[in-house]
Design a binder for this molecule. Structure first.
Ligand code: ADP
Ligand code: MG
Length: 461
């Protein structure tokens, strides 16, 4: 069903949205009505979760003939595959072929389901059900901000208004904002959570459709407005102007505003001064990276939720070695969880350590095109041959080596690498990398050759 839905969405969504957010999404698994979909980064995950979720779910549910939910996970792509394909250039969603063809949905209703309505509705808050306050682990690093979040949800527009949370990427800002949103919505308050880009896009639409008056009204009729990643409005003149008025109107009517930013407002250089002072007029609280003990507690919670057995030395190793950015910690955990799913539940200490170390490896600033060019050179091939469709032994071999090197030297996902290799599927890339990996175990000459190529790539040719 995912395969069919993916293609429907490709036709129905506007090109930019599809290319930006969905193109590289991969189907990871299905369980009890929930489709697990891998995306290359947290940003894509957030956007799919917040902005496109309803559309995707609707199309998927149509196609599947049942109500489906989706979960998006960051997926770097080397484990968790159902199995390595037996041949090169397998279709991306090979298992779909085994499912009965989906009934063709009526085009018109599908169209309506997917194209965002032009009516000036409030954007629907797509809250992640997992971002609740009871899943937020509290410790010294974040207790102030946590207590403030509780207070704001219990006494909106009374204690701190606005309430602004700032801190680095992946430290739980979105989680906390949505926790507040959940609590406020549960208490019957009209609550809207949006990433600031939604505000901007909505404003642009309103300007284009000459509905700015309606745009203004709608954001001013909520009880609680939570705007995530507010730093993105800095430098956008019209958005700032409009947000300034929205802000004032809400505060004047005693409505709560909650903001999250990656920096303190005074460090947002291109933020208008009047907004800067408004943003600092309530409580500004920072969120710090979690301490070791917090990382342990977070890992234990995740393991418990999945019914995973993680021995205390594995947890300890991850918490020690992993970065203290929770989003990256989650990426690592997901990899390890996927490994364990496909090896019957057990988590092997050495495998887990390898996974953590792979994540920690410093990025090398290497372009896929350079890898392709230099690997082609070293094999006496052209770039076109390496990217092309031909599959003679020699070309295929060089291609697999280049794919392997791309995995080793870059952070690109399997779909992204496939794209660079003339639009191949992620399973093809995975297959190529696995093949080289296997051979490396018993073929030191191959290892040597690959090292030499990597060395040339680092030197730039
Ligand atoms: P930010 O918005 O600051 O970039 P997120 O809120 O998206 O970060 O958090 C990244 C991931 O880490 C999310 O999955 C979130 O649930 C998790 N997370 C962050 N902090 C905590 C915490 N203190 N307890 C539990 N999970 C956390
Ligand atoms: Mg965030």
């Amino acid at each position: 069903a995912w395969n069919a839905a993916y293609h429907q969405l490709e036709l129905q969504l506007d090109r930019a949205s599809f290319d930006t957010w969905l193109r590289s999404a991969v189907f990871l698994g299905y369980e009890a009505g929930i489709y697990l979909v891998g995306v290359p980064n947290g940003y894509a995950r957030d956007m799919l979760q917040h902005r496109l979720y309803r559309n995707i779910r609707r199309v998927l549910s149509d196609v599947a003939g049942e109500n489906c939910e989706l979960r998006f996970e960051i997926y770097k792509g080397d484990v968790g595959e159902p199995e390595a394909p037996a041949s090169d250039d397998m279709p991306l969603f090979k298992f779909m072929a085994q499912q009965p063809p989906a009934p063709a949905p009526e085009p018109k209703s599908l169209h309506q389901a997917v194209i965002p309505p032009q009516r000036p509705d409030l954007p629907e808050s797509e809250l992640n059900a997992r971002y609740t306050i009871d899943r937020f682990i509290v410790n010294q690093s974040n207790s102030v901000v946590y207590e403030a979040a509780l207070a704001v949800s219990d006494y909106p527009a009374t204690v701190y208004n606005p309430f602004l949370i700032y801190g680095g990427v992946g430290l739980g800002k979105t989680h906390l904002l949505q926790s507040i949103a959940h609590r406020c919505a549960e208490r019957g308050l009209k609550t809207v959570y949006i990433p600031s880009e939604v505000f901007t896009n909505d404003l642009i639409d309103a300007i284009r459709n000459r509905t700015t008056a309606m745009f203004r009204d709608k954001y001013r009729t909520v009880d609680v407005l939570l705007v995530d990643d507010i730093q993105f409005i800095a430098g956008k003149e019209t958005t700032q102007e409009e947000f300034f008025h929205t802000f004032n109107a809400l505060v004047n009517f005693n409505k709560q505003i909650v903001l999250a930013s990656d920096r303190h407002p005074r460090e947002l250089a291109t933020l208008e001064d009047r907004l800067r002072s408004r943003f600092q007029g309530g409580l500004v609280a920072d969120i710090q990276p979690p301490e070791y003990e917090t990382r342990i507690a977070i890992l234990q919670m995740w393991a418990q939720e999945r019914g995973m057995e993680l021995s205390s030395n594995v947890v300890d190793m991850i918490a020690h070695k992993a970065p203290n950015n929770v989003r990256e910690l989650e990426g690592i955990f997901n990899q390890i969880a996927a490994q364990s799913r496909f090896s019957g539940g057990a988590v092997n200490f050495n495998n887990a350590r390898e996974t953590v170390e792979r994540f920690r490896r410093p990025r090398e600033h290497v372009q896929l095109d350079d890898i392709i060019q230099i690997t082609a050179d070293k094999h006496g091939l052209t770039i076109e041959e390496l990217k092309g469709a031909r599959r003679t032994g020699k070309i295929n071999r060089a291609r697999q080596i280049a794919m392997y090197i791309a995995r080793e030297m870059t952070e690109y996902s399997l779909p992204q690498i496939g794209e660079a290799f003339g639009g191949r599927s992620h399973t093809t890339v995975l297959h190529g990398c696995n093949k080289i990996n296997d051979e490396l175990e018993s073929d030191p000459i191959l290892g040597n050759r690959i090292q030499k190529i990597m060395h040339s790539i680092r030197r730039g040719g």
